[in-house]
Design a protein around this ligand. Structure first.
Ligand code: 13P
Ligand code: SF4
Length: 302
């Protein structure tokens, strides 16, 4: 324990030395929360990256998040300490998928979830996150929207929109595995606990949810709701975040573990600060084309 404490202190002083900030997604391990300047959902962390005056951003999360930070803060050195932390969903759409959808629906706007590669963003009109997807689709001029790559999020957004939403063919393996039976089983033990689902869950899970929120949206919901216990339908690391912010309430998980999200360790963070391991590099032309769709999103819901 004292070894971990020493490591955390070392990281905090290296941070100051390198004028660095550490951004951590809600799904990160609790020891990573302790050294982070910001803990948040994808939208909050994109905004934090955009506002950062730091020379160096250490991103504790997965690849697309660190890439987004680099696109929004191109002059900063951005590091992904867990170099192998790839979100599988971000790879579920290819450039040729986008070209063929655009050919089929030439009048459609292309909305890409922030969980995509920089090259997918560069081919999109606007990006969105789970916190603002409904608002972003509403803001599109066309009444047809190609929504990439998450089918479940597309189907969730369709509930609130009269537009024709053409979904991609991706999903998140962690959220897509949650079933209504898992929720019902948990409800049998915790009858008064509201069930909160992430919009990456399947439609049949969304149908039985008391609320549907982004990860940080879940914190606000549980803070404001009078219930003492909640069933949480997202990646299980969220339970740690909720317990940290709302220690007086109880949280029960029906999700699974996102392995890439757990690859970030204190040692890896120290390594990035010391030796520059995991630096994110993107071609300038790609940064410039991918920035437009992200900035359009932040103008609408910043
Ligand atoms: P949010 O934190 O933006 O809700 O996204 C969840 C997620 O799956 C990130 O990979
Ligand atoms: Fe990707 Fe799902 Fe993991 Fe989020 S939880 S990083 S969408 S695999």
């Amino acid at each position: 324990d004292s070894e971990i404490q020493c490591l955390k202190e070392e990281i905090v002083s290296l941070k100051a030395e390198h004028n660095a900030i550490i951004l951590a997604h809600n799904y990160q391990r609790p020891e990573i929360y302790d050294i982070a300047d910001r803990i948040g959902d994808s939208l909050e962390l994109s905004l934090a990256a955009c506002d950062a005056r730091a020379e160096c951003i250490i991103f504790c999360g997965v690849d697309f998040m660190a890439e987004t930070a680099k696109i929004l803060s191109p002059d900063a050195n951005v590091y992904l300490p867990a170099e192998e932390a790839h979100c599988p969903m971000a790879r579920m759409v290819s450039e040729s998928d986008i070209f063929s959808l655009k050919e089929q629906y030439p009048d459609a706007d292309v909305v890409s979830y922030v969980n995509t590669s920089a090259s997918t963003k560069a081919l999109s009109d606007i990006c969105c996150t789970s916190a603002n997807a409904i608002e972003i689709v509403r803001s599109c001029a066309s009444d047809q929207v190609i929504f990439l790559p998450d089918q479940n999020l597309a189907s969730y957004v369709q509930r609130f929109s009269d537009k024709l939403i053409i979904p991609g063919r991706g999903n998140c393996c962690v959220h897509d595995r949650i079933t209504p039976i898992m929720v019902d089983n948990m409800r049998a033990f915790h009858r008064k606990a509201p069930f909160i689902a992430h919009p990456e869950c399947r439609p049949e899970v969304i149908n039985i949810a008391d609320a549907v929120c982004s990860t940080s949206g879940m914190i606000a919901y549980c803070q404001d709701h009078p219930a003492e216990a909640f069933i949480i339908g997202t990646e299980n690391g969220m339970i740690e975040r909720l317990k940290r912010d709302i220690p007086e309430k109880r949280f029960y998980a029906v999700g699974g573990i996102c392995t890439p999200m757990k690859l970030t360790t204190l040692d890896a963070v120290k390594d990035s600060l010391l030796s520059g391991a995991g630096e994110v590099t993107l071609e300038k032309s790609l940064i410039d084309t991918a920035r437009g769709p992200l900035e359009r999103m932040l103008q609408i819901s910043g």
